[in-house]
Design a protein. Structure first.
Length: 217
């Protein structure tokens, strides 16, 4: 058993998978948000031990679990990673808080090496989702949650890096919409709109499945 330093996050490996300790470089740190492209396999950093898994038993590693020792010497999971399609690139990242709860999960849905959806948690509760609709790793829409319910949606509709569209939600319905007309990042026009269709206008609120939405180009 050899220890391998590193830092970042993702996937829980099943207990029946074959596991081994390795000193080979493991995949790099998970992106802090969808603004950063998913890293390629990189150089480990000091402080962590990595356990490598071959979940599909094809003889190649496809999942990595990172742990550190706490004050009592117990292994504490800091992050997990998984290569879903065997292309040698990480497709799912998970980062864990010191108390063991999930703090961030990032998914590359089309296997192009860039994050498409990032979920952020506080004390185990979802507080934010970032969506990179353009498959470029840059978030173009963000959903914000309060007590587990969608509260606000922000979008960059023209790709200039500034929010120009806001939705405020109450009780599962759109309460009002703000629109930036002149591109200064400020609301110029408000629209009041309530709809029984809780999905209208919001980024998809379904939990992402770690898999492709379409074949990678």
């Amino acid at each position: 058993m050899r220890k391998l330093p590193l830092a970042a996050a993702v996937i829980l490996a099943t207990a029946c998978a074959s596991a081994q300790r390795t000193a080979e470089p493991a995949p790099g740190a998970a992106p802090a948000s969808a603004t950063a492209a998913a890293p390629v396999i990189g150089t480990p950093q000091p402080g962590e031990t990595v356990t490598v898994y071959d979940l599909n038993h094809d003889g190649k590693p496809d999942a990595w679990k990172y742990t550190v020792k706490d004050a009592s010497g117990k292994d504490v999971v800091t992050r997990k990673e998984k290569d879903l399609n065997g292309d040698g690139k990480i497709d799912v990242w998970e980062v864990y808080a010191p108390d063991g709860t999930l703090s961030r999960a990032t998914y590359d849905m089309d296997f192009d090496g860039r994050p498409d959806v990032s979920l952020f948690f506080e004390k185990g509760q979802l507080v934010r989702k970032e969506y990179a609709f353009g498959f470029d790793g840059v978030p173009h829409a963000t959903n914000y949650y309060e007590r587990g319910h969608l509260a606000r949606v922000e979008r960059d509709t023209n790709g200039d890096g500034k929010v120009d569209y806001w939705e405020y939600w109450e009780n599962g319905q759109i309460d009002r919409i703000g629109i930036d007309v002149d591109g200064d990042g400020q609301v110029d026009r408000w629209e009041t709109r309530r709809t029984a269709d809780a999905g209208e206008g919001a980024a998809s609120d379904a939990a992402p499945e770690p898999g492709p939405r379409r074949p990678a180009p």
